[in-house]
Design a binder for this molecule. Sequence first.
Ligand code: UDP
Length: 252
Amino acid sequence: MARRNKIYEGKAKVLYEGPEPGTLVQYFKDDATANNAEKRDVVDGKGVLNNRLSEFFMTGLGNIGVPTHFIKRLNMREQLIRQVEVIPLEVIVRNYAAGSMAKRLGLEEGTRLPRPLVEYSYKEDALGDPLVPEEYILAFGWATQQDLDDILSLALRVNDFMSGVMHGVGIRLVDFKIEVGRLWDGDYMRLVVADEISPDSCRLWDVETGQKLDKDVFRRDLGNLTDAYTEVARRLGVIPANSAHPKPTLIN
Ligand code: UDP
C-alpha cells in the first residue's frame, strides 16, 4: 500500500495529504503536552475522544452557519479537512479569568469577566506563543484590520455556540482557543475555524462542583485525563451514556 504523504507533525496531531487537492487528513495522536512541551506524556484514548469531540463541535458550528475547515470524520483517529492557510495566531476567548490571564492580572480563577474578552497570541513555539496586541498583528502583516474584524466575529459566534452547548450539559465554558485559516476560492478568500476544538483547547468546569474536565487535569496533575474527556463526550451524547471508556463503542 502506498504510504501517505505526511505534510506536518505537531504536538497532538499529524496532517497528511488528502485524497483530493485542497484536502488534508488530520490524525489525532494520544500525545499530551503542557508548558510549551516541557511536560509530555501519552494519554491512552485522548486522540480518539478529541477526534469525536472536534467533529461534534465543528459539525454543530457548520449547522448554525459558522464556517470551519471540517469535512467529515474518516475513522477513530482521522478526519478529512479542507486545506487552509493558517493565520499564525491563537485566538483566545475568555468568559471567566483562569490560567495565564488570572496570573497576569492577579485575579482569582473563576472570576466572571464583565464580557467575553478576545486576545491573540503569536503562534511560535520557540517563543512560548507570546500575547500580542492588534497593532503588532497589523504591523507585521499577520492579518489585516478586515481579517481581525472577521476573526472577532467568528470567535464570539463560536463562544456563544460552545457556551450554550456546554451549559446544556452542566459545564461552564471558562475559556478556549481557536485557530483561523484562510480558505481560497479562486480570488475570493474567507476565514474559517481551523485546527480542532476539544478539551485540549478549552477550559471546562462542572457547573455544580467546579471539577475540571479539560487539559488542566493533565497540566496540574489532577487525575486521569481520559476519564475527564470521556465525561464530556458522554454528557454531550458523543459516546453512549453507559460507556466507561471510548474504545469498545467507538469502532468507527
Ligand atoms: N490554549 C491552547 N493552546 C495554547 C494556549 C492556550 O489551547 O497554546 C487554551 C487553553 O487550553 C485555555 C485557553 O487557551 O483554554 C487560555 O489559555 P491561557 O492563556 O490561560 O494559557 P495557559 O494557562 O493554558 O498556559
